[in-house]
Write a protein that binds this ligand. Structure first.
Ligand code: PMP
Length: 406
């Protein structure tokens, strides 16, 4: 079903911003997305009408806040099609979720010499926590290489799998290249090898349906702020059995059943992994963001964004000297690029003066930049509120800067 884009844009007050006298055209959606008014209002409403700590209170407001928070968890459960809502652990973001997993999983399952496989195209937050864990547990980190289009080399993945592989941790969609990885195939191969899989869906859930049961994922993480929700929110999904087996990472209030100085027993799921007071208003706001996405329909969002990606790719390639980094067959709405030998920072700064917000740099994916032998790229990433007119402005802006650099 075609989406009513002008109507969608009206729901995002920030899109009315004027930057250096020019209307804002925001192409930094892979870094963070804007929030529709209903999400902002929901967070305000929580603080104005519901504010109270959750789970521990007998009083009215505490019960109301607890209900809203747990409803948000159920919204996430339905959105990712988890079997149980207690398989959804609220975290501070994808980074928080991966650190939780790296610590709990490492502590519970990894022995010296065990292996974990990641890929060359991971965001630093799906590299560094595993490196730290490997150091602590004397485990070995292995890396799936990529080809020059920015796709995983699957034959190399096959060779890396071994009886010692405990976990495969890969991104669904690369934030720096836009590549959509063949998660079903990777999962099937990991499972056939007796290994578990964790999918970093930080760049996926806002563009494509991620059904954890259909894909048979063991763990999956994402960030709320990249799916039209508040910052400081995120999710770790894990299969009930695995989460039950795993040691908690952080200790504190809420995650315990009983505490004495001799011994502590832990609470049941999901509370075992949610020590301390969580981001109550943020998580309820994330529930509202999920409603926003679900009401538009992810398939509608995806087909509109695919249209924007195709259009932008075609128009970008008309610019002399344009080099797109990341040319996988299967891509989400992210274009990383360089033009001639213009430094991305220079180009980005000049585009900014035209009201065109793009990201420049290594995009927290330095191994990708090393692979391509470049210091960084410019990146334009699209959300459902972007338009072809904005893309035309961006193409004109890039052309103008290119001409200025001769
Ligand atoms: N993984 C990927 C693929 C990402 O793009 C990002 C954010 N750019 C993260 C993880 C980390 O997300 P956050 O900073 O929200 O925790």
């Amino acid at each position: 079903m075609p989406l009513n884009i002008p109507n969608i844009r009206e729901q995002f007050p920030i899109l009315e911003s004027v930057i250096y006298g020019k209307p804002l055209a925001y192409f930094d959606n892979a870094a963070t997305m804007h929030k529709p008014r209903r999400v902002v209002n929901k967070v305000t409403e929580v603080y104005e009408k519901l504010n109270s700590n959750i789970h521990r209170g007998v009083h009215y407001l505490s019960n109301q806040a607890t209900t809203a928070y747990e409803e948000a968890r159920q919204k996430v459960q339905l959105f990712i099609n988890a079997t149980h809502s207690h398989e959804v652990i609220f975290t501070s973001g994808a980074t928080g979720a991966i650190n939780l997993l790296a610590n709990s999983f490492g502590e519970s399952y990894m022995k010296p010499g065990d292996e974990i496989i990641i890929s060359t195209m991971e965001h630093h937050s799906n590299i560094v926590p595993w490196q730290m864990m490997c150091k602590r547990r004397k485990a070995v980190l292995k890396v799936i290489p990529i080809n020059k289009n920015g796709e995983l080399i699957l034959e190399e993945f096959d060779k890396l799998l071994s009886p010692k592989t405990k976990l495969v941790a890969v991104s669904y969609v690369s934030n720096a290249l836009g590549t959509i990885n063949p998660i079903a195939e990777l999962t099937q191969k990991a499972h056939a090898n007796g290994s578990l899989i964790m999918v970093d869906a930080a760049q996926a859930v806002q563009h494509i349906k991620v059904d954890v049961q259909a894909l048979d994922l063991d763990f999956m993480v994402f960030s709320g702020h990249k799916i039209y929700g508040p910052t400081g929110t995120g999710v770790l999904y894990g299969k009930e059995k695995l989460l039950n087996e795993m040691e908690p990472w952080q200790g504190g209030g809420e995650m315990i059943k009983t505490v004495t100085f001799e011994e502590t027993t832990y609470n049941e799921l999901p509370f075992k992994f949610e020590a301390g007071t969580p981001n109550i208003a943020g998580c309820i706001g994330l529930g509202e963001a999920i409603d926003f996405v679900s009401e538009l329909g992810l398939e509608n969002i995806q087909s509109y964004e695919d249209e924007l990606l195709d259009y932008a790719t075609k128009e970008f390639l008309k610019i002399p000297g344009m080099r797109i980094i990341g040319t996988a067959d299967n891509k989400a709405s992210v274009i990383s690029f360089l033009v001639n030998n213009i430094h991305p920072f220079d180009m980005g700064t000049m585009l900014d003066k035209m009201g065109l917000a793009v990201r420049t740099g290594h995009h927290c994916a330095q191994p990708i930049m090393d692979f391509f032998g470049i210091p960084g790229t410019l990146r334009a990433s699209f959300a459902v509120y972007n338009t072809k007119d904005e893309i035309d402005r961006l193409v004109q802006g890039i052309s103008k800067v290119t001409q200025m650099f001769g």
